[in-house]
Design a protein around this ligand. Structure first.
Ligand code: FES
Ligand SMILES: [Fe+2]
Length: 404
């Protein structure tokens, strides 16, 4: 299992990470002055970013292959022998917890003639048996048994283990870098974001619910929505806006990620409290953008991890992991969590944010806009698109160098 921090250890370090204290201090000052953080000027991005089939393919080939992606929660593989399918990418993937308790990721593809090894979403097993001819693999990916191995006199079994993908458990989440042979170091990749997640309780959360659904919009449109607070007053007028100040948020970049703090109305209380008493779930809403496709939203008593995958230029797969404190995963609280899930997932995220993304996608191809105009408050969207462009450009440079 993941090396979760023990409660006793955590109690010794109750202080919030300095970066979280700093961003909330700035947000309190902004809320008091009534002036949010803004860029010096407005900006624009081409509509083609959301319509180009070629661009979408490059994002899938480059951005969704070169960086660690969240593919599950540690608790989805509860014991040795647990397995989990992941099909968010156009790579069939299989996660296992091997006999040593280590989480591993493989291509869910038999090394004989390519059959999908596991069709079930999640199960418990001792070995992986291919349903076609019965080649059998251990949970560490090694090839254990080949029926009639006299049919394969020239084959070395050691060369026919499953194709493994770099994988790591960090902050309670399972991360995979979907390119075999690459090095994965999620701590280095996340930088100080990992400290935020630890402080917010991620290392000990349990997963209350996971949902997966397909929607008719480019995957970036929904990331855009979670990167700005300008829309909260209007789009979320009848749901969560009563808890927030209008357009009051701060974001800062960490590697290619972003740490954001959005002012809740209770931020006024924080102004009169010492920093040790600031509540990062009640005075503000902390969110993180984890490049390229994840958003964390930290609600008052639980957290959402949202991942978005491109299925086609105008279609995305959305996975929502709802994470709650382990000690509150009780029978008595089930109604509370069910109601909470329905409010945030169905009413706020699905019926408001995702619906808006689908409505925008439908309008983009009309030609009404050739560019998307971003106000000074929406600077984070520009930064996100620039980071993506940078990742694509870097890949082009590597490709050019390799052809010299
Ligand atoms: S394809 Fe898997 S055993 Fe033949
Ligand atoms: Fe929203």
């Amino acid at each position: 299992m993941a090396t979760a921090m023990q409660p006793a250890e955590r109690e010794k370090t109750p202080r919030a990470p300095q970066a979280m204290l700093d961003i909330l201090a700035r947000l309190i000052r902004n809320a008091q002055s009534g002036v949010p953080q803004m860029a010096d000027s407005q900006a624009s991005i081409p509509v083609d970013n959301y319509l180009s089939v070629e661009r979408c393919q490059r994002e899938r080939d480059v951005v969704f292959r070169r960086f660690p992606l969240i593919v599950g929660h540690d608790s989805e593989l509860p014991e040795a022998g647990s397995t989990l399918r992941h099909d968010g990418l156009d790579l069939p993937m299989l996660l296992t917890r091997d006999g040593e308790g280590r989480v591993r990721a493989f291509l869910n593809v038999c090394r004989h003639r390519g059959m999908r090894l596991q069709k079930e979403q999640q199960c418990q097993r001792k070995t992986l048996v291919c349903p076609y001819h019965g080649w059998t693999y251990n949970l560490d990916g090694s090839l254990k048994h080949v029926p009639h191995d006299e049919f394969f006199p020239a084959m070395d079994k050691d060369d026919h283990g499953l194709t493994e993908l770099p994988c790591e458990v960090k902050n309670g989440l399972i991360w995979v870098l979907p390119t075999p042979g690459e090095k994965i170091d999620v701590g280095e990749w996340l930088g100080s974001i990992s400290d935020d997640l630890s402080y917010l309780g991620f290392d000990d959360f349990v997963q209350y619910r996971k949902t997966e659904s397909l929607h008719d919009n480019n995957w970036k449109l929904i990331i855009d929505a979670f990167l700005e607070a300008y829309h909260v007053k209007v789009l979320h007028r009848n749901s969560v806006y009563p808890f927030f100040l209008d357009s009051m948020a701060i974001s800062e970049t960490v590697n290619r990620h972003m740490r954001s703090s959005v002012a809740r109305r209770r931020i006024e209380e924080a102004a009169s409290l010492p920093p040790e008493q600031w509540d990062f779930r009640e005075h503000c809403s902390m969110t993180h953008f984890i490049f390229p496709n994840c958003i964390t939203v930290n609600h008052p008593d639980y957290s959402s991890v949202l991942t978005f995958y491109p299925v086609a230029v105008d279609k995305m797969r959305w996975v929502h992991h709802m994470l709650i404190p382990a000690e509150r995963n009780t029978e008595a609280e089930q109604t509370h969590w069910e109601n909470t899930f329905n409010l945030i997932h169905e009413t706020v995220f699905r019926a408001e944010d995702v619906d808006a993304a689908e409505q925008i996608q439908a309008g983009l191809a009309s030609g009404a806009n050739t560019d998307i105009t971003l106000g000074r408050m929406e600077y984070t969207i520009r930064q996100f698109h620039e980071s993506l462009q940078q990742a694509l450009d870097e890949a082009d440079q590597v490709r050019e160098l390799s052809t010299l």
